[in-house]
Design a protein around this ligand. Structure first.
Ligand code: TYD
Length: 376
């Protein structure tokens, strides 16, 4: 509710007012309809306390159950379900109030049933029309807007890349936020609910996920994007050299200790670790690409060249110290050349071993990359 109000402001309040107007109109209609068909002694005046109660209950349900959450961008099916949920909870609450105060007998049950039925239809219709109007007013101005999701270490680069591609970053959602309020002049989300409210109310069109493996997208965000039909774009760098955290002791006999934590130092959970040992100089391995697997390569002992090919150009990275890590995203052809015998290659991988996830034929790799490019 706090997040919705913070980002929705007048838009959110306008929906709340529309709902309240629907409650009043539904009651007036229900009383008029019932009195014109049934021959009973009941008047609008007698029904007014119920209207006040229903208005109070409506506000309580909206706040307590957050039933207006991302209402502006809900799909039809979800809207029907949420409106129905709102009306049913309101009805149950009102029934409980009338029962506990023993005042139920003073009011017409038929009119209350009828009023809630009409409230449901009116709310659904009015919300639909109001949504159409608001979207017409605001949507065009947001054609290139996005919520950027990344980690703190990639944030600056992610912002620069988004801006270069003409994306207007509305807000940043940092997976490892330390409570920053803004970065590079762009507001930082408070948490996942705040990020979802940016999509729902500030009308960010897409989610750009920079340099993170698909497994890092929180379920709640993926679900909300599906619900609001928001596209998630995984915007990757292809590779990156990172400094592996290393602790050295003043006494050189203690050696040095390097460490990496999954999802913290590298943008994926570690599912598999493997290493290649007992090697001779000039050994060539690799000659494959991955469809899904993200990896961190490092060489704790010796010297190994990694040749990377994205289908257009080749680059060589030399792994020659334990504190140097090479982060590889999927879609890169790689070859490893051992420059010294006995060199050790260690790999942290985001996926379990699956031979079908490998591309081992170079022409197949080029074809796969161009298909992937078309999809994006
Ligand atoms: P391969 O991927 O061909 O090594 P490289 O590309 O470095 O030359 O792997 C060699 C063999 O090891 C192959 O038969 C598959 C097997 N293997 C596993 O069973 N699990 C693993 O995690 C890896 C990496 C390989």
């Amino acid at each position: 509710m706090k997040n919705e109000l913070r980002h929705g402001r007048l838009k959110y309040i306008s929906f709340l007012i529309i709902d309240l107007v629907c409650v009043v109109v539904a009651n007036v209609l229900a009383v008029s309809l019932y009195l014109s068909f049934a021959d009973v002694k009941y008047s609008m005046g007698e029904h007014i306390p119920v209207i006040y109660l229903m208005l109070g209950v409506d506000i309580a349900v909206t706040i307590g159950f957050n039933t207006l959450s991302r209402v502006l961008r809900r799909r039809k099916r979800i809207e029907i379900f949420q409106t129905l949920k709102h009306v049913v909870i309101s009805f149950v609450l009102l029934a409980m109030i009338l029962f506990t105060t023993k005042s139920g007998a003073d009011y017409s049950r038929v009119i209350i049933f009828l009023a809630y039925g009409l409230e449901f239809l009116l709310m659904l219709g009015c919300r639909y029309i109001w949504k159409k109007i608001l979207m017409k007013l605001y949507w065009k101005n947001n054609s290139d807007s996005a919520l950027l999701m990344t980690t703190e270490s990639f944030a600056e680069e992610a912002l620069e890349t988004s801006r270069k591609s003409g994306v207007d970053v509305k807000s940043i959602f940092l997976l490892d936020s330390k409570g920053q309020k803004s970065l590079g002049g762009v507001p930082v989300c408070d948490g996942i609910e705040d990020a979802i409210a940016v999509l729902g109310w500030d009308l960010a069109k897409d989610v750009y996920i920079y340099g993170l493996d698909h497994q890092m997208v929180p379920d709640a965000l993926a679900k909300a994007c599906k619900e609001m039909k928001v596209k998630i774009d995984l915007v990757d760098f292809k590779y990156k050299i990172i400094d592996v955290k290393t602790v050295k002791n003043d006494d050189s006999r203690y050696g040095s200790l390097s460490f990496i934590e999954g999802k913290r130092d590298i943008p994926f959970p570690i599912r598999r670790v493997y290493w290649i040992t007992e090697t001779e100089a000039d050994l060539h391995r690799g000659h494959h690409a991955h469809k899904l697997n993200c990896q961190l390569l490092f060489c704790p002992h010796g010297k190994i060249d990694i040749i990377l090919d994205d289908g257009e150009k080749k680059e060589t990275i030399c792994l020659d110290e334990p504190g140097k890590g090479l982060l590889l995203m999927p879609g890169l052809w790689r070859e490893m050349i051992w420059k010294e015998s006995g060199s050790v290659l260690c790999v942290l991988a985001s996926e379990y071993y699956d031979p079908d996830e490998y591309i081992r034929n170079y022409d197949g790799f080029i074809a796969y990359n161009s298909e992937d490019g078309k999809k994006n």
